[in-house]
Write a protein that binds this ligand. Structure first.
Ligand SMILES: Cc1cc2nc3c(=O)[nH]c(=O)nc-3n(C[C@H](O)[C@H](O)[C@H](O)COP(=O)(O)OP(=O)(O)OC[C@H]3O[C@@H](n4cnc5c(N)ncnc54)[C@H](O)[C@@H]3O)c2cc1C
Length: 494
């Protein structure tokens, strides 16, 4: 499971922190600032050619943006989906993030997730297998491979005629009278405009919102730090049963309750000594093994998906362009050390090899908008319900930062909801924001950032766009609760 293990900070790390905070200030990487400056760039758009026009323009083809685009198109709108990579899915595919976490509550699956599960099934993936079967319809669309998901997303976009614009990077926004009139993108043809009636920011980094002058925040209120970043990789040639026996039988680690084909190992109190000895022998560093987690992948036998290495939030900030690059370079070195360590010390990894490296850094949290409703950790603790809720979850506050220790779990059976207003910025009247950059404080974002919740947000935004355009309403002033219940993807339990 995507969760942090608590590792106490050492005196060395504390000293490192003191030194590095100062260094960060010198190079101008503003790591302690919480409120982020909106990035306004003024373009003379008259000379920029219009590449495409649509009812809705979604920027960012991660799981949230793809859900938004497909749902808007399914509801009869013309849609352009702008993606800087060559695959949809964002962190799911480019970032090799696997599996989808369950929401840990019943009936959280919105229709889009149910449909996605059906598509997985049609392609031979049995989604009925679940580690936690008690969470009936609980966002558990977990058994995918990045490659299959990429194919299914293309298939969905083709079926509903979403115009996908790959290799197109958003570089600005043209705004007039509190509305976005065009997204400015860099493509192989040069700089172009995509014009639309409504825009959806699904960039994860709130890029479109920042270009349009929407207020954003970043990092923790307490430390200013962002969550830790990871650069994921996969290893092929793994004999999974041997790995299972080593961790469960030899090291007596009961962390993962299931057996291959669905199995994971992690750094836990039981296996800490195993990694510590690797450090002592000089095979890995303390940072390399600060967080270890590996999953078998249903549909890719003999391959394990590594939710590591993680880089220190003291050294690398997800809101610094240079830090992101340096983190990738550092992680490539760490990946090689980890792979050698696994090969040498874990039975079942003897012939394993690095089969894939992510093509996108694993950013858990960067910029978040401050919209009409700002979700806080109290909404989580109080299991808050909202009349305009777009989805539900009981996924815990899952912060990857060993010092903050904000992790918290709701009591069994409790769940919280995400209000539509958390997708609505205050400043722009034709913009919605979905996915991991919605309006939520640092701890609340750490709960709502999981894939099923991001997808349900995207789906709701797509429905709202269709309802708004059909009824001549603004997406930012309409009340989700006013949309007829049979059209809504989720109706509040409150
Ligand atoms: C290391 C790691 C492990 C995780 N583990 C899990 C897990 O096990 N299970 C789980 O459910 N969740 C997990 N999560 C969280 C979850 O995967 C993400 O929060 C979620 O996928 C975010 O989806 P998104 O669509 O909001 O953003 P993203 O997936 O980040 O998608 C954003 C998209 O926008 C594109 N984009 C960005 N800027 C531009 C631009 N300027 N122009 C054009 N395109 C742009 C990007 O290329 C990308 O495709 C993990 C996250 C990380 C980082």
């Amino acid at each position: 499971m995507e969760k942090s293990f608590l590792i106490p900070i050492s005196r060395r790390d504390l000293l490192k922190l003191a030194g590095l905070t100062a260094a960060g200030a010198v190079i101008g990487s503003n790591k302690t600032a919480q409120a982020a400056q909106a990035q306004n760039i003024t373009f003379n758009t008259d000379n920029i050619p219009t590449l495409l026009r649509a009812d809705v323009c979604v920027v960012g083809g991660g799981c949230a943006g793809t859900a938004a685009a497909v749902t808007a198109a399914r509801n009869g709108l013309s849609v352009v989906l702008i993606e800087q990579g060559t695959v949809l899915g964002g962190l799911q595919t480019q970032g090799l993030v696997y599996p989808s976490m369950p929401t840990k509550t019943i009936n959280s699956d919105t229709p889009y997730i149910t449909d996605l599960n059906k598509r997985f099934y049609m392609h031979g993936i049995n989604v009925s297998f679940t580690e936690e079967p008690q969470y009936k319809n609980g966002g558990d669309a977990r058994e995918y491979t990045p490659e299959l998901l990429a194919f299914i997303y293309d298939e969905l976009c083709a079926d509903y005629k979403v115009n996908v614009l790959y290799n197109a990077t958003l570089i600005g926004a043209s705004t007039q009278g509190g509305k976005i009139s065009a997204a400015i993108v860099h493509t192989v043809e040069g700089t172009c405009k995509v014009e639309a009636k409504i825009f959806i920011d699904a960039t994860g980094d709130a890029a479109l919102s920042r270009f349009a002058g929407v207020e954003t925040v970043r990092g923790s209120d307490v430390t200013g730090r962002n969550q830790k970043m990871s650069f994921r990789f996969e290893m092929g040639g793994v004999e999974e049963m041997k790995v299972y026996k080593f961790f469960v039988k030899k090291l007596k680690d009961g962390w993962c309750e299931s057996k291959p084909p669905e199995f994971e190992f992690a750094k836990t109190t039981h296996t800490e000594k195993f990694y510590y000895e690797g450090i002592q022998r000089g095979e890995v560093t303390k940072d390399d093994v600060a967080y270890i987690q590996a999953f078998t992948i249903i549909g890719k036998p003999g391959t394990m998906s590594m939710n590591c290495p993680e880089v220190s939030p003291f050294l690398y900030s997800s809101t610094s362009a240079l830090d992101r690059s340096k983190a990738i370079q550092q992680c490539r070195i760490m990946i090689r050390r980890l792979a050698n360590f696994f090969r040498k010390n874990i039975p079942g990894f003897k012939n394993a090899y690095i089969s894939r490296e992510a093509s996108m850094l694993g950013v858990r949290e960067s910029w978040r908008i401050k919209g009409k409703y700002y979700m806080t950790k109290d909404d989580y603790y109080n299991a808050q319900k909202f009349p305009d809720a777009v989805c539900r979850s009981a996924y815990p506050i899952d912060v990857h930062d060993e010092v903050l220790n904000l992790d918290h779990k709701l009591a069994k059976g409790e769940f919280y909801e995400v209000p539509y207003r958390a997708l609505v910025p205050k400043e722009i009247s034709n913009l919605l924001v979905v996915g991991r950059c919605i309006s939520a404080d640092f701890p609340a974002q750490a709960a709502v950032r999981i894939q099923p919740t991001c997808m349900s947000m995207g789906e709701a935004a797509g429905i709202a766009c269709a309802y708004a355009l059909k009824n001549n309403l603004s997406v930012t002033t309409l009340d989700w609760a006013d949309i007829p219940a049979e059209i809504r993807s989720y109706v509040s339990a409150g």
